[in-house]
Ligand binder design. Structure first.
Ligand SMILES: [Zn+2]
Length: 382
């Protein structure tokens, strides 16, 4: 399989868009992160990690973190986030069957070179045992494992992105959830989106998180009952689950089986959070029967209309893994918990007077020092 992906990456023309385009809809986290990081309302020295502030009410959480957000300055952020949420015109990112390999960097040792340029050029994991370093939005992974392209109850999508690597616990989790989606929800299986790059780290497109092999995107579209072609895996679009007015799910596509798939994922002890669109959270709150404790792990967040995002805790004994504090235990289903997400400012944001300035990309020196060793380590045997 690794051979296949590498061959594909090394192969032929076209597919530049795979690398260049910014996957707004699939991986909103990045835009959110950039907007958050560039937010002038943020106090200096407070490191805002967007992937680590997935909370029910971002404003409340920002306040909790001691960050004062001037509402007017918050407007650009709202717009960016709402673009993620509403963007009917933004197509889901597609890949290419023949992605163009990245050209070598003129000076990879330049301290100003973006870390994403370095990590994106590593086509294989580092050798050695699994080793998580840093946080979901600023870290890397050594000794990552690759999920096979096909399993009994899963198929991997967007192979050209080469983001099928994760911590072995994550790979095992996805396989388990795939089997459960079949058994409990009656799906033929699940479609697996991005996990992480071979050595994790920041990526050239898409999300800010997914850097340490403990985040994974699962499509909300059930796997079809047949083997998808290479082309379909790059071109097929996931199904929009949210109703046009953004206030609830579309009952024609979001079904009781989705509740079971999300429930099974949230019940996994090693899963700490699952991000979904707020309308999906609302639907789960309404539909969940019996044990509802798992609802506390389901967190509304921008950009999850088509897929859900599983985030695992740091594995036991992973001393260099910087996780997140656990969230509140309550279901998060009270109208007040969700009101923010359905407010006019979020659903219909006003354009900012001036666009937020992009921040320079993260460099290797800004990452945990051990990530340099992971980047330069030898390749694991394919
Ligand atoms: Zn994600």
């Amino acid at each position: 399989m690794q051979d296949t992906v590498i061959a594909l990456l090394k192969a032929g023309p076209a597919g530049e868009e795979t690398r260049a385009s910014d996957d707004l809809r699939e991986h909103g986290d990045d835009r959110v992160g950039r907007a958050l990081r560039s937010g002038k309302g943020c106090k200096d020295g407070v490191r805002l990690r967007p992937g680590e502030s997935h909370i029910l009410n971002p404003e409340a959480a920002l306040g909790y973190k001691g960050i004062s957000m001037n509402p007017r300055r918050f407007a650009p952020l709202l717009l960016v986030m709402a673009l993620l949420a509403t963007g009917g015109a933004l197509a889901q990112d597609k890949g290419s069957v023949n992605p163009r390999p990245l050209p070598p960097l003129a000076n990879p040792n330049d301290p100003d070179v973006a870390a994403k340029e370095l990590f994106a050029r590593k086509l294989l994991p580092s050798k050695g045992p699994a080793h998580v370093i840093g946080s979901y939005t600023r870290g890397c992974i050594g000794g990552a494992e690759q999920i096979p392209v096909n399993g009994d109850h899963w198929q991997l999508m967007r192979l050209s992105r080469n983001r099928s690597y994760g911590h072995p616990d994550m790979i095992a989790l996805i396989k388990r959830l795939a089997a459960r989606a079949h058994r409990d929800a009656g799906w033929p299986g699940i479609l697996v989106g991005d996990i992480a790059q071979p050595r994790g780290g920041p990526a050239l497109s898409g999300h800010a998180s997914h850097q340490i092999g403990l985040d994974a995107d699962i499509w909300l579209t059930p796997m079809p009952d047949r083997r998808l072609s290479r082309e379909e895996r790059e071109d097929m679009s996931a199904v929009m689950m949210v109703r046009q007015d953004r206030l609830d799910v579309d009952p024609k596509v979001f079904t009781a089986s989705h509740v079971l798939v999300l429930r099974d994922a949230a019940r996994e002890p090693a899963v700490q959070r699952i991000f979904v669109n707020a309308a999906i959270k609302k639907a789960l709150c309404r539909e969940a029967k019996g044990d509802r404790a798992w609802l506390s792990k389901i967190r509304p967040w921008w950009g999850h209309d088509y897929h859900f995002h599983i985030r695992m805790r740091c594995p036991a004994g992973a001393g260099e893994c910087e996780g997140q504090p656990s969230q509140a235990e309550d279901e998060g289903c009270k109208p007040a918990d969700l009101a923010y997400w359905f407010s006019d400012a979020v659903l219909h944001p006003k354009p900012p007077p001036e666009p937020p300035k992009p921040k320079p990309p993260m460099t290797l020196a800004q990452m945990p020092a051990a990530c340099k060793a992971v980047l330069h380590a030898g390749d694991a045997k394919p």
